[in-house]
Design a binder for this molecule. Sequence first.
Ligand code: AMP
Length: 223
Amino acid sequence: MSATDTATNVILLGPPGAGKGTQARILMDKFGLVQLSTGDLLRGAVAAGTDAGKAAKAVMEAGGLVSDDIVIAIVNDRLDEPDVASGVIFDGFPRTVAQAGALDKLLTDKGMSLDVVISMEVDDAAMVERISGRYTCAKCGEGYHDTHKKPAKEGVCDSCGGTEFKRRADDNAETVAERLKAYHAETAPLIAYYSDSGKLKAIDAMADINLVSQSMADALGNG
Ligand code: AMP
């Protein structure tokens, strides 16, 4: 695949902390794909105080899953924006079998198709440590980690020079445990769902960020 080929639509599947957001940003830069993160869209809705945001806020704070109806409606709206023609990286969606079925239907209705589902395989025990150390640049969203990925110059974003950073409210040990539980109960069954469709490619997501992104490129047929 290259940026000039027909649009590629890809799902990144994996538990919280697997590096979906980080890798989605790399794929955006490399291949011009659009990141569709339902977590980001929901946090935007909460911040804007929309009806969907009001309904989602408490569930998100507790580490549970927001209702399928709300999430599917948000994805439906986002897929009507013209930039998705470049190809979409679904990050954090679908998270339930019902959402996966709805996505199949949405894509068909909109004349789009799903090309590949990348399952990011990780060691559960490492996820809590990964998540509790992570933060992002408040200006450009570049991701960092207390131990694994510090900015080259302390307190200054490598990407945009921003000096303000933020941590997600739900990145605390208690909420992370709930989010992992929700992943295993509701989202892990999607591995079988997509394996049956022949679109699933599994990669080792415990490796170094650059190695993981190379595996991603390979999975997209652009190794
Ligand atoms: P994320 O940024 O993907 O880790 O998502 C943060 C939180 O938003 C999750 O813990 C859920 O509460 C909610 N969320 C994000 N995506 C979905 C989804 N596809 N279905 C249900 N809830 C979601």
